[in-house]
Design a protein around this ligand. Structure first.
Ligand code: ATR
Length: 265
């Protein structure tokens, strides 16, 4: 039996175990997915320990995504992002990936969104950084807007074809944009939005990384403006799907994993 898992602190009531285990069950894979909560400064040590214990793969969440870089051989995208959320132990050395970037891309792709033209990414934290790299690698011109403008400008300097802005420029940035992704925590457990409703329009596809609530005010406003909407559970699903496929080498049973995830939300 293979053991997969998640390290985080706090690891909380993660939806990853039911989501991944639904995938194992659908494909008849003999595996378990468990959560671990190592001390906050022991991320790299936890990865080394997991390798020694024969763990097959680990997901990594806050606060360990940067620290575990020291314990893995990161793939080029994870190296550029500077954060790892998936470790595969099947090779000689632990390999690190960032499936958050691909998760956003695949969530949009699932909804038929064409990833060309211009994307506006709101937020310049860990999620914003991963999504900005993911969309830029698809060939999109990325405009990053953040409350703290200097963080957007710094991030844009690392991402190809990107520019950094303050939130006051959002209406202008969105006017001719094709895709909008909210990577801030605004809207989480509150009826707030990081983007004024007047700035949204029908030619946009809007992905909100917030998944609690599943229908955020941003997504309601986007639907009212005639935009295509993609909720945050799709991004959560596809970062897991991508990890599942890296670990097992099989196409993930997306419908089964999606059903298990949504049942837990
Ligand atoms: P994550 O790893 O989930 O991206 P993070 O690194 O803490 O989390 O980043 C949080 C993001 O949400 C940041 O872009 C933050 O903006 P600042 O860089 O200015 O702090 C943004 N954010 C959080 N609360 C916000 C608020 N009330 N209004 C606007 N942006 C907010």
């Amino acid at each position: 039996m293979n053991v997969y898992g998640l390290i985080g602190n706090p690891v909380g009531h993660s939806l990853s175990p039911p989501m991944h285990e639904a995938g194992y069950e659908a494909l008849g894979i003999d595996a378990k997915y468990v959560t671990f909560e190592p001390p906050a400064d022991e991320g790299a040590a936890a990865v080394e320990a997991a390798e020694k214990l024969g763990v097959a793969g680990l997901n990594v969440t806050i606060p360990f995504k940067q620290d575990v870089l020291a314990a893995v051989d990161p793939d080029p995208l994870a190296q550029r992002i500077g954060a790892v959320n998936t470790v595969d132990f099947s090779g000689e050395t632990p390999r690190g990936y960032n499936t958050d970037a691909v998760g956003a891309v695949r969530a949009l792709d699932h909804h038929g969104v064409e990833l060309s033209g211009t994307a506006v990414v709101v937020g310049a934290g860990g999620a914003g950084r991963a999504v900005a790299f993911g969309l830029a690698d698809e060939g999109m011109a990325v405009r990053i807007a953040n409350r703290t403008e200097s963080k957007a400008v710094d991030l844009a300097a690392d991402v190809p074809e990107a520019s950094g802005h303050g939130l006051d420029e959002l209406a202008e940035l969105l006017a001719d944009a094709d895709v909008l992704v909210n990577c801030t925590s605004v809207g989480m457990d509150e009826d707030a939005t990081p983007v004024p409703a007047e700035a949204l329009h029908g030619d946009l596809a809007v992905l909100d990384a917030v998944y609690s609530p599943i229908e955020t005010r941003l997504l309601r406003d986007a639907a009212a403006a005639g935009a295509t909407t993609v909720d945050g559970a799709w991004m959560l699903l596809y970062q897991g799907v991508e990890a599942f496929e890296r670990w097992t080498g099989e196409d993930a049973p997306v419908d089964s994993m999606n059903a298990a995830l949504r049942a837990g939300l």
